[in-house]
Design a protein around this ligand. Structure first.
Ligand code: P6P
Length: 332
């Protein structure tokens, strides 16, 4: 490894000196990276330490919780408790917004899916942590749920950690998107994907086609069009891992579109707006991509409840726009 590797801390310190990031936000991102390092190690050892399988509970949105879901949530909470920077957390694994550090001047709110892709935990599939940071608006000693019910346009920063063949931290920093790869030999995230830009189009589309029969007819026609593989300006290769973070990361770097639409059974789909769709939508847009429900920009949606769901189409601008057009008209 080159000794010239730029660590996350060195990168963020330079951004601070260039007035691109505030010092307290630097610390918040460092803490998220710290949680990611712990989770990367624990996920890779899960089978050896009894962390596979179900925990026997369901989370607030009815998903069966895996042992790693609960462990990941605890790691993230511990990383921010009593730090004096994050006053409350809205998490997929918590029924309500959890106050973790009351204080009149504790500035930030964390929204997070501590472990995205839980169906992959027992089969060594890719997993992720999704996070977004809002500046607190309330002024009392303790934050309120309203501090977390925001629109994505208010996010101060957002990103994700992908646990796969390597552990990659992607963050928004100002109006840029930066990627760092964990070097386990030194325990540091090193800058590996500077200034990420999403290609205008791409080969891959990512969706669970087993729900095809339950989708809007226009969406069925869209999938039929892609499956025909003759329009090379649109995605022609299907990739679906069961982990949004991994499937989105592919679209972010190589272009393409991930979509999880509403259906006859679930009108707003499965994904949660606050801690899955909005943080990734900020990453997508700052990298030159697009994120919508199919009819509305994700970042414009004001969250009304912390576990509110939203349909999602995210990735290359042209691919998402084509998806929106087909959903509206049923034709190319
Ligand atoms: P399905 C994981 O639970 C998740 O939230 C995303 O990471 C993933 O893309 C999707 O749900 C998988 O859902 O219905 O295809 O199993």
């Amino acid at each position: 490894m080159s000794t010239q590797g730029i660590t996350l801390n060195r990168y963020l310190w330079q951004q601070y000196k260039d007035d691109k990031i505030e010092l307290d936000l630097l610390m918040v991102l460092e803490q998220m990276a710290y949680a990611g390092k712990i989770l990367a190690g624990e996920i890779s050892r899960a089978a050896l330490v009894g962390h596979l399988g179900l925990a026997g509970e369901k989370n607030a949105t009815g998903d069966s919780q895996k042992k790693l879901d609960i462990y990941s949530n605890e790691v993230v909470i511990d990383a921010f408790s009593h730090l004096g920077l994050v006053t409350a957390i809205a998490s997929e694994e918590l029924d309500e917004v959890e106050l973790i550090d009351c204080g009149y001047d504790t500035p930030y709110i964390l929204v997070t899916d501590p472990l995205d892709g839980s169906s992959n935990t027992d089969v060594a599939g890719s997993l992720g942590t999704i996070f977004g940071i809002y500046r607190r608006e309330s002024t009392g000693l303790c934050a309120t749920e309203a501090d977390a019910l925001r629109s994505g346009t208010e996010l101060v920063t957002a990103g994700y950690i992908l646990y796969s063949t390597s552990t990659i931290l992607v963050i928004t920093c100002g109006d840029t998107v930066q990627g760092f790869t964990l070097d386990p030999n030194v325990g540091e995230f090193l800058l590996s994907h500077p200034d990420i830009r999403t290609p205008e189009s791409g080969k891959v589309y990512s969706a669970n086609l087993s729900y095809y029969a339950d989708w809007h007819p226009h969406l069925q026609q869209y999938v039929d069009y892609l499956s025909d593989r003759t329009d090379k300006s649109q995605p022609t290769s299907l990739r679906y891992s069961g982990a949004l973070v991994g499937d989105f990361h592919r679209c972010l770097l190589q272009g393409g579109v991930y979509f999880y639409p509403g259906s006859n059974e679930q009108e707003d789909g499965k994904l949660r707006l606050l801690y899955e769709c909005a943080p990734l939508a900020l990453v997508a847009e700052l990298a030159g991509g697009k994120a919508s429900t199919g009819t509305q920009r994700i970042l414009d949606i004001q969250a009304k409840s912390i576990h509110q769901r939203a349909p999602l189409a995210i990735g290359s601008t042209s691919a998402v726009s084509f998806y929106e057009q087909f959903l509206k008209t049923g034709t190319s």
